[in-house]
Design a protein around this ligand. Structure first.
Ligand SMILES: [Zn+2]
Length: 187
């Protein structure tokens, strides 16, 4: 049985990087990024994912920038219970960036409500700082250059990349084919 890859983001725009790999009824999400930039892009963060987060078995992050990791609190809020594999430095950076992202979203919602310029009453954050802190428990650090199995029989390996601290390109071998994801998000 072949493996399929679905682009849930990072297409038409460089943000919102998310790639769903499916094989043998198992699902792996490579990157879990927020759409950023113009409002019409940011609105895409509110659309439900085509895949139920509760049915995704694991996540692997190439790096900590929010357009690659910032959707994680929402994925967990909506039912994802698996591990999030990343390099140790990416785990450390995400532990700072994700709560900060939740804080900014709360501030934006507060500001919009105070000045009543949102169409939504009340304006809500995508997720809160507390929800972002909650999702950090699922982070799992992996060594660069060593194979690990986010799903039984699926082999992954991080290779150092220069983009930011902890960034890594990802080699993924699901047994019937291999994928390579660069740290800048293009498979
Ligand atoms: Zn980046």
């Amino acid at each position: 049985m072949s493996a399929t890859i679905t682009f849930l983001g990072g297409a038409d725009t460089v943000t919102g990087s998310k790639y769903l790999i499916e094989h043998n009824q198992k699902r792996l999400l490579v990157d879990c990024g927020l759409f950023q930039g113009y409002k019409q892009l940011r609105l895409r963060n509110w659309s439900p994912l085509p895949a139920n987060p509760a049915h995704i078995d694991a996540v692997v992050l190439t790096h900590a920038h929010l357009d690659h990791s910032g959707y994680l609190p929402l994925l967990v809020k909506n039912g994802f219970r698996g591990r999030v594999h990343a390099t140790a430095a990416t785990c450390d950076l995400a532990s700072i960036l994700l709560p900060d992202s939740g804080h900014i979203q709360e501030e934006d919602a507060f500001f919009a409500n105070r000045h009543a310029f949102s169409k939504h009453a009340p304006a809500l954050p995508l997720y809160t700082k507390q929800e972002a802190i909650h999702c950090l428990k699922q982070l799992h650090a992996e060594h660069q250059g060593q194979w690990f199995e986010p799903i039984r029989g699926w082999k992954c390996r991080f290779q150092p990349a220069g983009h930011i601290l902890g960034a890594a390109s990802l080699l993924l071998d699901v047994g019937v084919g291999a994928f390579c994801f660069l740290a800048i998000g293009s498979p």
